[in-house]
Write a protein of this length. Structure first.
Length: 246
């Protein structure tokens, strides 16, 4: 990402095309095993293969192997934490690499110009956070890595980072987690054959997305209250110190 102290580059048609590709790439719209899956972050990120952790024999003499992921099962403590962190490295490296490529083609400049008028009033964060916002809907790891890079390079203040983190924390990776586990609820039926859940999937996604903004703004309100008290206490302390010195 570019130095925040350098002048902003001119936003060109290529910048908007790079932004459009980034939105599609990180949104999960093309997540599939079909050929177009190569344009999706999660598909390209892939997954670890499975390993056998136990073998059992059925009543009819068939030997079956129970399998689990690379992380394994039954771990605990620092060792299990290390293996979990190790599984995050490919995702973080891939996400940051793609962001640097897209930034080279002006995607962040286009995002800043288009999304700042939207994200500033909604959450008080700059528009160049847009790609991290989109990525966080599909991958908590990618969203966190992008946000950390924005913070380290001065694009986000501490307050903006805190608010943005609350947005990501609320219903983290909402799109992937919902469609991989929650969406199955909409297929359940009652004994008479009627649907058990009468709401629509679209409404459920809209409610989750809405309350992510609600959570971020509640935290903004909390920061306004607590930071105001801290400022008042700091001013009172400074006044007391000056009176004592006098």
């Amino acid at each position: 990402m570019s130095d925040p102290n350098t002048p902003e580059r001119k936003v060109t048609i290529g910048s908007y095309l790079a932004l459009a590709f980034a939105i599609v790439f990180f949104s999960g719209l093309l997540q599939s095993n079909e050929w177009y899956g190569v344009f999706d972050f999660t598909t390209l990120n892939g997954s670890f293969g499975q390993v056998a952790h136990s073998v059992s024999e059925t009543s009819d003499g068939v030997v079956e192997a129970a399998k689990t992921t690379f992380r394994g099962v039954g771990g605990s403590g620092a060792r299990d934490g290390f293996i979990f962190a190790l599984t995050l490295i490919p995702t973080v490296m891939f996400a940051l690499g793609m962001i640097n490529v897209l930034e080279h083609y002006g995607a962040l400049d286009a995002a800043r110009k288009l999304l700042s008028p939207l994200l500033r009033p909604l959450m008080g964060i700059p528009g160049n956070s847009g790609l991290a916002l989109i990525a966080s809907l599909q991958s908590t790891d990618a969203g966190a890595a992008m946000t950390r890079q924005l913070k380290d390079e001065g694009h986000l203040t501490k307050r903006e980072t805190d608010v943005f983190t609350m947005f990501q924390f609320t219903a983290g990776a909402a799109i992937v987690n919902f469609f991989s586990s929650g969406a199955v609820l909409f297929t359940l039926t009652m004994m008479d054959g009627s649907l058990a859940v009468t709401s629509s999937i679209g409404l459920a996604v809209a409610v989750m997305f809405l309350f992510k903004f609600v959570g971020a703004n509640l935290f903004r309100l909390y920061l306004n209250i607590t930071e105001g008290k801290e400022d008042k206490n700091q001013n009172d302390n400074d006044t007391s110190t000056k009176q004592e010195m006098a």
